[in-house]
Ligand binder design. Structure first.
Ligand SMILES: [Zn+2]
Length: 238
């Protein structure tokens, strides 16, 4: 679901408790709470803080994507080389459906240009980073201007990555992936996950839209069917 404005009543499964101080424009005085929300990418909804007083100290509202460590950048590059997009089974799988066939030729170039960043350390807003779906409303985008990328990983420790789903302002294709650098999450990030994120870069699809394109179903809290179908069709190693 998407919310058009902050006046929409909050309902389950939206949870409170994201630290107010961790939000863009939030107050370090910890006298407020966070409200949401925009549900516009992988992982939990975006939250923004309510502003109570102009005098409260503010956190920075900008920043660049934070690079991965050199060793993690190297490892990410190695994961790319293990993909098997041109295998007979993967080629057949993508060409067996019009909605997949139309993107097949774009996937390898997208993997090639994909660049991974450190999600939990990136303060840049999700709007500036383009980490949302192509179908986001103007209301969603306004919320995302105040929701930092790192909030995605603070709210749900199990999220492995979040992809850029919309083009850069200069028209360049989406190519960024924000990886969860928590050691456990990072150790679980697989070649199929990398491909999953590349498909977001190419399509701007939400998880449920992407799942439909790939012929599987996902739930809000479990999108592993996407990576599984890529493995079972020989596009990525087990
Ligand atoms: Zn996804």
């Amino acid at each position: 679901m998407n919310y058009d404005s902050l006046s929409v009543p909050l309902t389950s499964p939206i949870s409170f408790g994201t630290g107010f101080a961790s939000l863009l424009g939030g107050s370090a005085a910890k006298n407020g709470t966070s409200v949401g929300v925009a549900d516009v990418s992988d992982g939990p909804p975006a939250y923004v803080g309510i502003e109570f007083r102009d005098s409260c100290p503010r956190l920075p509202e900008t920043g660049d994507p934070v690079d991965l460590s050199q060793s993690n950048t190297q490892r990410y590059g190695q994961l790319k080389t293990t993909l098997t997009l041109t295998s007979t089974s993967c080629t057949a799988y993508f060409n067996s459906s019009p909605s997949r066939a139309v993107i097949y030729d774009e996937i390898a170039p997208a993997v090639g240009r994909q660049k991974a960043f450190d999600g939990p350390r990136t303060r840049m807003s999700r709007f500036d980073a383009g980490v949302y779906w192509a179908t986001a409303t103007e209301g969603d985008r306004n919320i995302l201007k105040r929701a930092p990328v790192r909030q995605i990983f603070a709210e749900d420790k199990g999220v492995k990555a979040a992809a850029q789903g919309v083009r850069f302002p200069n028209g360049d294709p989406a190519s960024s992936v924000y990886v969860n650098t928590n050691p456990l999450a990072l150790s679980l990030f697989s070649p199929a996950d990398l491909l999953h994120e590349a498909l977001h870069n190419v399509t701007g699809d939400s998880d449920s839209q992407l799942a439909g394109r790939l012929g599987v179903t996902v739930s809000r809290t479990d999108t592993t069917a996407i990576s599984r179908v890529l493995v079972s069709n020989g596009c990525a190693p087990r």
